[in-house]
Design a protein around this ligand. Structure first.
Ligand code: GLU
Length: 303
């Protein structure tokens, strides 16, 4: 497949949408990003790289990090992990408190903030140096040492993270997290502050396209675990717009409010896009459109 040619077409097709959407205002530090950026990187099952636009620029991966933390926690706990967090789409905003109240402190899924905090809690309990070990896990996936937390973004989020602090305290009151609230929040803000390029993301998510193995043949998940996390990304990966993403794009994936999206075509490719302006549901406008064009143009989706 000549993805380079397809990217040229996608670029044309995106033109009518370049002024749509808004940069996330929820974390002050993120609002400083150039809104005109756009990049895409695809890694296919033969190990070929296809890149377009600003695909080699670092950006804040935010909620995309929740898939990395879940993968590592899944390694530690296996199926028991689902006793602490569910696998159903929430149908609510990612930082909602309401659902947590009537479901007695068990988050609906690991991709809403409450769920990601429970996963962070599991990692803190299982890792010797949680932040450092988690960073090393992501570096192993991406096959590069050049991945870092952005301390200013983590601090910026901490300063305005009243709702996340409320969620963490709420979880603690239900006994859903075992470690100190401040430690869980600090880990969570750091994981969200990770900065990566589209290329690094496409490479580090390759195990979802490759039955659990990285490009370098390191086993991260079993085949069955890979299938399960792909299913979760499909049903819960796009906030309150996961149905729309499945309908229009037809691939499992995960987005973040930094404007990144990762999507997987199991056995075929992993692809990452970045466009900082978001729609009202919090997903990148250009990223969603680009992936819709990609699966339409290639006539390949999982359905
Ligand atoms: N750190 C962000 C928050 O908790 C992540 C949001 C996201 O990317 O969905 O609000």
């Amino acid at each position: 497949m000549n993805y380079n040619q397809i990217f040229e077409k996608i670029d044309d097709a995106l033109k009518p949408f370049v002024s749509d959407g808004k940069i996330s205002a929820s974390i002050p530090e993120l609002a400083m990003v150039d809104p005109t950026k756009f990049g895409i990187h695809l890694l296919d099952n033969r190990g070929n790289d296809y890149a377009f636009g600003n695909s080699d620029e670092k950006f804040s991966i935010q909620s995309i990090s929740k898939v990395f933390s879940l993968s590592l926690a899944f390694q530690f706990m296996g199926e028991q992990i689902w006793q602490r967090v569910g696998v159903e789409p929430s149908g609510n905003p990612f930082n909602s408190l309401v659902q947590l109240e009537y479901e007695k402190g068990k988050p609906r899924n690991p991709f809403i903030n409450a769920g990601a905090m429970v996963i962070a809690d599991i990692l803190i309990s299982n890792l010797e140096n949680p932040k450092e070990d988690f960073l090393n896990f992501v570096r192993k996936l991406a096959h590069t040492e050049n991945i870092h937390y952005n301390e200013s973004v983590a601090l910026s989020e901490k300063k305005v993270g009243f709702r996340n602090a409320a969620l963490a305290n709420f979880l603690k009151s239900f006994g859903s997290i075992y470690n100190e609230v401040d430690i869980v929040l600090d880990f969570y803000f750091h994981q969200c502050s990770l900065e990566m390029t589209c290329k690094e993301l496409a490479h580090s998510f390759y195990y979802f396209a490759n039955e659990g193995f990285t490009k370098e043949r390191i086993k991260i998940l079993t085949q069955s675990q890979t299938k399960r996390l792909n299913a979760l990304m499909q049903t819960c990966g796009f906030y309150d717009e996961s149905g729309e993403f499945a309908y229009k794009v037809g691939l499992p994936g995960k987005s973040g409010i930094g404007g990144g999206i990762i999507a997987i075509h199991p056995k075929n490719y992993s692809v990452a896009t970045w466009g900082p302006k978001l729609n009202e549901k919090g997903n990148s406008v250009l990223g969603m459109k680009a992936l819709e064009f990609l699966t339409t143009e290639t006539q390949m989706s999982i359905f």
